[in-house]
Design a protein around this ligand. Structure first.
Ligand SMILES: [Zn+2]
Length: 319
């Protein structure tokens, strides 16, 4: 595929003037971001190439969001409709780099729910690794995946029901679950306060939601450091709006409270780990990722230190 050569960005943008989570109007610029559509061919996406915008921080709740959104109503559908091919999906499915995260979530949910409550919906399941692991642990699993290529792969690879419906339409079918999980998904959904109440509707009373997201401010700190050390080409954490929402512990809690959840717990989330091998680079990477994670978990107030790179929330539907 040839990189695009568009030089004049032309995609229309619309301003966002209040915080998606708390409605706060005091939004302060914290990082300039841009669209990089080098590897896309969709003309609507390409029209945004090199367009710039700011991530702004809500002074009331600490949530980071863009100050401008693409006006194209189907921008995000187009962004996520890409077909990367079966080989790429198979590789992603069979690589266990997120298993430490998935297994920890399944273990925590099993401890919160009675033994006879084991139905689970994985939202934004991608190639279906999470449902595959959950089914092996005895959960009755279904999933949502909107990208048709990825959904077809996940259904074929796991043999499980993979719905190509959004949460709202799935809830309309009357389906309900004991657990709903979103792992590295909520940061991709514009206006998260629209989807969180719909996820609550998909839970039976007493059911639990699990949400894992990047910790916005700490990801920005990390990326600025990597850029200074020349390990990254720049300090962007939202290029092309791949990540739209950037939560803080406070804004994640308040989003879940506003959506009607109770018994909210927020901790440092587990890291992705490169597949185990005795190669020194792999051992060092695993040790440093695990070291930072356990330190953030053990230190009093660790969630509020720069070590907490990702956030893990659990929240219950109590009625
Ligand atoms: Zn706010």
């Amino acid at each position: 595929m040839q990189p695009v050569t568009t030089s004049a960005p032309s995609g229309p943008m619309i301003p966002l003037d209040s915080c998606w989570i708390c409605g706060g109007k005091q939004l302060v610029r914290v990082n300039e971001e841009y669209y990089d559509m080098t590897w896309h061919t969709d003309p609507v996406l390409v029209s945004y190439h090199q367009q710039r915008f700011w991530l702004v921080e809500c002074q009331a709740c600490g949530f980071l969001q863009p100050d401008l959104l693409p006006a194209a109503p189907d921008y995000f559908d187009r962004l996520y409709a890409k077909d990367r091919g079966t080989d790429w999906m198979e590789l992603d499915f069979s690589t266990p780099y997120k298993d430490f995260i998935f297994e920890g979530i399944l273990q925590a949910l099993a401890a919160k729910l009675p033994e006879d409550r084991r139905s689970l919906l994985d939202v934004g399941t991608h190639v279906g690794r999470m449902p595959y692991l959950a089914a092996r642990r005895g959960w009755s699993v279904e999933a949502i995946e909107l990208n048709p290529h990825v959904a077809a792969f996940a259904a074929q690879r796991t043999g499980l029901p993979i719905h190509q419906l959004n949460a709202h339409l799935l809830a309309d079918t009357g389906r309900r679950y004991d657990a709903v999980t979103l792992t590295d998904v909520l940061e991709h959904i514009p206006d998260p306060m629209k989807v969180l109440p719909e996820l609550r509707n998909l839970l039976r009373p007493g059911g639990w939601l699990s949400v894992k997201v990047p910790n916005g401010r700490n990801q920005l700190r990390k990326q600025r450091l990597r850029s200074r050390l020349r390990l990254a080409k720049d300090a962007s954490i939202a290029d092309s709006l791949g990540h739209i929402n950037h939560f803080s512990p406070k804004s994640l809690r308040s989003a879940l409270e506003k959506a009607g959840f109770r018994r909210i717990e927020i901790t440092t989330a587990a890291p992705e780990l490169p597949t185990f091998s005795f190669h020194p680079k792999v051992l060092l990477s695993r040790a440093s990722r695990l070291g930072v994670y356990y330190l953030a978990r053990m230190l009093p107030g660790g969630i509020h230190t720069p070590l907490a790179l990702n956030l893990q929330a659990f929240a219950m539907r109590d009625e």
